[in-house]
Design a protein around this ligand. Sequence first.
Ligand SMILES: [Zn+2]
Length: 322
Amino acid sequence: MASIDTTILAFEEKPLHTPSLEEIRNVLATSLTSNFGHVNVEVVDCPNLMEEPFHLAGRGLNGSPTLVELGGPPYLLPNVDYTKLYDLVSISQRALNDTKTEFLAIGAGAGPYPLVNSNCEGMFNLKVQANGHVISESHLARVTPDRKKPILEKIPSNETRCALLGNIFLSEGKPGKVLKVSCKKRTGPKDFIASIRTALEQHYTNRTVGLGGVFLLKNGKAKQHVMSPFSETPIHTEDELNSWLNFFDMSAKLIAVGTLVTNECDLDLRLQHFHSFSRHGEGGHYHIDTTPDVVEYEGYFNVGEKIVRVDKPINTHKFGRD
Ligand SMILES: [Zn+2]
């Protein structure tokens, strides 16, 4: 099935509040200590994220930083809308005002189900050069037929579709200053991303701040889910959803890509969404580490200048957004 023609998709955009990296560093350095035993937040020159241990398709997170949300859980639940296939390249180009610059798109969403003839998780990680050439480090995760194990595979560079829903961070992939957030030993109830998001939400209240980037679970394990093949019966309740999802305890090192935003900005947004891949065959939708005593996180983030909402569901619900 072909992806939806991007020119007919509804696009809405809003500017985000863009505090300086130094200001955010100060907010996080204080707040994250309520959730982690060791916290270090710095503004640094972005390391080359194409290298070990990050394996991104682009070097950095700078140049026109933009958050994009595609579709949403209402296209998956209670029933799947198989027509919802989005082309990440043309959507990213339109979100960046068709400026014909090179860009890096990283984030979390539903994988391109026609590629493997099965519903799957997508870990999107692709660079598109100014001439349109795609370099992809994207992965997808699905489950074995007995649903006992995750399977992680590389997505080929000629496959740039995202199904149903997605949260993508766009930038020109340039080097530059970014926020480095290192945390060890979790002492509170919040996952790494929720701890950052809620700290920013408390500080900035009704001013919407959005971040995107990559974090590494350096040590320990994390609870992650991988969706089953599409359900033949509608999924209506949280219990039905949780028995359809497959939860695994996945091991470091996990490389997670995605976005967070402090409020919905009247755009029906998912507030946080990160998917991880690895070099050891595991990958999925990040929930929280399961080894708080030994967990170590290292994340690199940049601040989005705007949020672009693409194909927002008209009949929405708040179900399936954890
Ligand atoms: Zn997900």
